[in-house]
Design a protein around this ligand. Sequence first.
Ligand SMILES: [Ca+2]
Ligand SMILES: [Ca+2]
Ligand SMILES: [Ca+2]
Length: 256
Amino acid sequence: MQSFSITLFTAFIYGVSCNNPPQLQQNYVFNVKEDVPVGTIIGRITAVDLDGPQELTFSSSNQLTSDIVSLTNPMGSSSVGRSVNMVLNHMLDRELRTDYDLEFDVTDGYNKVHFYVRIVCLDVNDNSPRFLSPSYSKAISSRSPVGMIVLFVVASDIDSGLGGQIQYSLESDDPSDLTYFFINTQAGLLMTKAPLISIIYHEFKMRAVATDGYGLKGHVNVTITVSNYAIPTAPPTHSLITPSLPPVTGRGFLIG
Ligand SMILES: [Ca+2]
Ligand SMILES: [Ca+2]
Ligand SMILES: [Ca+2]
C-alpha cells in the first residue's frame, strides 16, 4: 500500500512538472481604425495546449487592457486551438494615443502564460483644420502696392497624411473683394492683388479657409481696413544719446 501511494505521488509530481504550458499561435498585432465602433470584434487570440490538465482560459491582466477590450468566452478545444475574440470597449483616438500593448494571461489550470497583444491605431480624417487665431485684422493704406503681404494666417490639422495637409483659400460674401486680395494656397500669405488707390475707406470682411486633403474645412474671419488716411506706425525708439544741433554756418540775410 505504501509503495502504491509513493508511485501515485511520484506520477503526480512527474505529470505536473512535465506539463507543457499553453502556446500562443503567434505574436499578435492588430491594426484598428480609430472610428471602429464600440462592440466590434477587433481580433482573435488562439492558443494550443496538448496535455491539459484543463481547457485553456484567458483573462486580461491589467486595468488598461480591461478598459480597452473584453474577451468573449473561449471557443474550440485546447488540443487543436482554443480562441477568444477581443471586443472593443471604447473607441480609440489616434490623436491621443497611437498604439497599445494589451496584457493577458492564458492558463491550462497549472501553467499561466503572460502575453502581450499590440493594437496599432490607424488614422481616420476626423479633424478639421483649425486656425491658430480666432480672427485676423489689419489696416493698410490705399497706396499699398500690388503683391504686398498684408498678413499671414496659420491653421493646423492633427490628422496624419493627406488628412493633415492644408491648403488655404479666401472667401467673401461680396465676390468683388476677391479682385483686391488673394491668399497663397500653401503658406497662407494674404496679399494685395490689384491697386487700392481709388478706395477712400472700406472694410473688407472676408474669410480665410483651410481645407485638408480630404476636404474638411476650417474658417476664420479676416477684416482688412483700407483707407487713404495715414496708417499709424509704431513710435520711434528713443536713443539714450541726445543728438546735438549742427553748428550754424550759413549766412543770414538782413531784411530791411
Ligand atoms: Ca498544459
Ligand atoms: Ca485622426
Ligand atoms: Ca483633417
